[in-house]
Design a protein around this ligand. Structure first.
Ligand SMILES: Nc1ncnc2c1ncn2[C@@H]1O[C@H](COP(=O)(O)OP(=O)(O)OP(=O)(O)O)[C@@H](O)[C@H]1O
Ligand SMILES: [Mg+2]
Length: 533
C-alpha cells in the first residue's frame, strides 16, 4: 500500500516504519488523543514529550495493542493494521515497557518475564530451569543481579523496573516502547539502561521513548514529538531544538524557575529521632539503618539524599509505622515518644507519607478519584457517624484543584488518570489530613515540569504555615531547590549534613559515596532535570 504524504512537519527521505494517521481516542468526558498524526522512521529513537495527561501513554498503548479501539489508522511498514491485543503486537515485533509497573507480585522474576509464554520441556512441563537460566541471562545483560527466583513483590521499584525491561527484551522486538523507563532508576542504573539502549539501536531496534526528563531526551533522541491536551503540537529534529523550546511547546507558556527568596524561619522541634536503627533480618549487613539521629523543626524542609539502597525509604517507613520490622531507638513527636506499629497510628498522630511506589502503597484502584483523595480524612466530614457526601466532595474538589489534577471529574475511576495525575491525587489526599509532619518519598517522580513547580510552591506554603516536611528525591537539584537542610545517608548511616547555603551536589555526592568525587558527576541523582526547575 502507498503511504500517503506524511502529515507531520519533520521527515527525512526514509519511508516511515510506523505511520500514525489521524488517530483519536475518546473516553467518557475526555479526548485522550485528538486527531494525532505522526511518522516513526526505521531505527530512530523518537522521544514523546508532554505534560501529565497529554496523551503520551495512550498513544503508546494503542501502538502496543493495549488499547484496540480507536479512530484513525496505524500503518506498520506501509500496511494498515490494528492490534487486537498485546500478544498480536508482540508477534509483530512491538513491545512496551509500561509506566506503571505491571508485575505479578506473587510470582518470581523469571515467571514474570515469561508470563503467558512459559517455556516448556519436551514433556510439556514447565521448564523452570530453562526459564530461570534465560531470565538470569537477560537480567545480567541489564547488569542486574536479582535472582530469577526472587519474588517480584519483594523487590524495590528500581529492580522491578529492570524486570519489566528484561521482559520486553525477551521478545524478538524491533520496535520498543519505553514509557518513562527511568523514573525509578538511579543515575548508575540510568547509565546502564542507556548502554542497553545503545546496544539495541546498534541492532537496528526502533525506540519510542517517553520521558519528562529533558536531559535524557536530548541525550538519546533523534527526533522529539510534543503532545499537548491530546493533540500533536510539533515534531522536531533534536539538533534543531532545545529543552527550553520543548518545554514551552509542552505547556504553552514559560515556566518560572522555582526560587524561594524569602527565607523560611523554622520554629520549634516537631520531630526528634534518636539513634534509630532498623534490623535487616537474614541479610549479611544486619542493619538497614544504624544510629540515625536528627531533628525536624516546624516550618522546615529537611531533605535526605543518598544512593539507591542507602536507606532513605526505610527511614521514612520507620517514621510512618510502615517498616518491615519494628525499629530501635527513640522517635519523639511534639514532645511525646511514639512507637507506631501501623501507618494508621502515625496518621492519627499527625504524620503523613507519600510513598515512592504509588501503585503498591498509595492508590485504591477500586475507588474513584474523590474517594482516593478523601479516604484518610473521612472522620473530618463525618457528623454523628454519617459521612456528609457534600462535605466530602467539597474537600476533595478543593484539594484536587489546588494541585491541578487533570481528571474528568471526582467520580472518574482513579485508574483512568494519567500516571502523573495519579501521583498528584495521592499528594492531594495527604495534604488534606493537615499533618504536623509530612514525609515525601520521591514525590515528583513522573510529574511534569509545570506540576513540579506547583508542588514546590505548595510545599513551601505549607511550611510557612508550620508544617515540618521530610523529602527524598532521586534528583539532587530538587533537594537543593526545596530544602533548608540536607542530610546524607550512606549504607544506613548518616554521613553528612548541610545547610541550604553549604549544600552543593559535589559535597552531597562525596558524603553519599564516602569518597572524593573530584568534580565528576555521580549517581546521587544530579542533573536529571527538565527545564525550569
Ligand atoms: N482508561 C481511561 N479512562 C478514562 N480516561 C482515560 C483513560 N486512560 C487515559 N485517560 C485520560 O486520557 C488522558 C491522557 O492520558 P495519558 O495516560 O495518555 O497521559 P500521559 O501523557 O501519559 O500523562 P503522564 O505524563 O501523567 O503519564 C488523561 O486525561 C487521562 O485521564
Ligand atoms: Mg503516561
Amino acid at each position: 500500500m502507498e503511504a500517503p504524504a506524511p502529515v507531520t512537519s519533520a521527515t527525512s527521505g526514509a519511508a516511515p516504519l510506523i505511520a500514525v494517521d489521524r488517530v483519536t481516542k475518546r473516553y467518557p468526558g475526555v479526548i485522550a488523543l485528538n486527531d494525532v498524526s505522526l511518522n516513526i522512521l526505521p531505527g530512530e529513537l523518537h522521544a514523546i514529550c508532554g505534560e501529565n495527561g497529554a496523551g503520551k501513554s495512550t498513544l503508546m498503548k494503542i501502538l502496543a495493542g493495549v488499547i484496540p479501539d480507536y479512530e484513525g489508522e496505524i500503518r506498520l511498514r506501509g500496511a494498515a493494521l490494528r492490534f487486537g491485543d498485546t500478544r498480536a503486537a508482540e508477534a509483530a515485533g512491538v513491545a512496551i515497557i509500561h509506566q506503571e509497573l505491571n508485575l505479578v507480585e506473587e510470582l518470581s522474576a523469571a515467571a514474570n518475564i515469561f508470563l503467558g509464554r512459559e517455556l516448556t520441556t519436551a514433556w510439556g512441563l514447565l521448564d523452570e530451569r530453562g526459564m530461570n537460566a534465560r531470565a538470569r541471562e537477560l537480567l545480567l545483560s541489564l547488569e542486574c543481579d536479582v535472582a530469577p527466583q526472587a519474588r517480584a513483590g519483594s523487590l524495590r521499584v528500581g529492580d522491578q523496573q529492570l524486570i519489566e525491561i528484561a521482559k520486553a527484551l525477551s521478545f524478538d522486538t524491533d520496535i520498543l516502547i519505553m514509557d518513562e523507563p527511568t523514573s525509578a532508576l538511579t543515575e548508575t542504573e540510568v547509565a546502564r539502561l542507556f548502554r542497553v539502549i545503545a546496544r539495541l539501536r546498534a541492532r537496528g531496534v526502533t525506540i519510542l521513548y517517553i520521558s519528562h526528563k529533558m536531559d535524557e531526551v536530548f541525550q538519546l533522541a533523534d527526533r522529539v514529538t510534543v503532545l499537548r491536551d491530546g493533540k500533536w503540537v510539533s515534531t522536531l529534529e533534536r539538533t534543531a531544538t532545545n529543552a527550553r523550546e520543548i518545554t514551552h511547546l509542552m505547556v504553552g507558556r514559560e515556566i518560572e524557575a522555582t526560587q524561594f527568596t524569602e527565607p523560611r524561619r523554622p520554629g520549634e522541634v516537631v520531630l526528634e529521632v534518636n539513634r534509630l536503627s532498623l534490623a535487616w533480618p537474614g541479610h549479611a549487613k544486619a542493619w538497614r539503618l544504624r544510629d540515625v539521629s536528627f531533628q525536624l523543626r516546624r516550618g522546615e524542609v529537611l531533605g535526605f539524599a543518598g544512593l539507591m539502597g542507602a536507606g532513605r525509604t526505610e527511614l521514612l517507613e520507620c517514621l510512618f509505622g510502615a517498616s518491615q520490622v519494628p525499629p530501635q531507638g527513640r522517635i519523639v513527636l511534639s514532645g511525646h515518644e511514639v512507637n507506631f506499629f501501623q501507618p494508621v497510628e502515625a496518621m492519627k498522630a499527625g504524620v503523613a507519607m507519600v510513598t515512592e511506589d504509588r501503585k503498591r502503597l498509595g492508590l485504591f484502584a477500586q475507588f474513584d478519584v474523590g474517594q482516593n483523595v478523601s479516604i484518610c480524612t473521612l472522620d473530618r466530614v463525618a457528623s454523628g457517624g454519617m459521612i456528609s457526601a457534600a462535605a466530602e466532595e467539597r474537600m476533595a474538589r478543593a484539594s484536587v484543584a489546588r494541585l491541578g489534577v487533570k481528571t474528568a471529574g471526582l467520580s472518574a475511576a482513579i485508574t483512568s488518570l494519567s500516571g502523573g495525575n495519579q501521583q498528584k491525587t495521592i499528594i492531594a489526599r495527604w495534604l488534606l489530613t493537615e499533618p504536623k509532619v509530612l514525609l515525601l518519598d520521591d514525590p515528583t517522580r513522573g510529574i511534569d515540569v509545570g506540576a513540579k513547580a506547583e508542588l514546590y510552591r505548595v510545599i513551601d506554603g505549607l511550611c510557612r504555615e508550620g508544617l515540618g516536611v521530610i523529602v527524598t528525591s532521586s534528583e539532587l537539584p530538587e533537594l537543593l531547590t526545596l530544602c533548608d537542610r540536607i542530610l546524607v545517608l550512606c549504607e544506613g548511616r548518616l554521613t553528612g549534613e548541610f545547610t541550604r547555603d553549604e549544600a552543593t551536589e559535589q559535597k552531597i555526592m562525596e558524603a553519599a559515596t564516602q569518597r572524593e568525587v573530584g568534580g565528576r558527576k555521580s549517581e546521587v541523582g544530579s542533573g536529571s532535570h527538565s527545564g525550569g526547575n
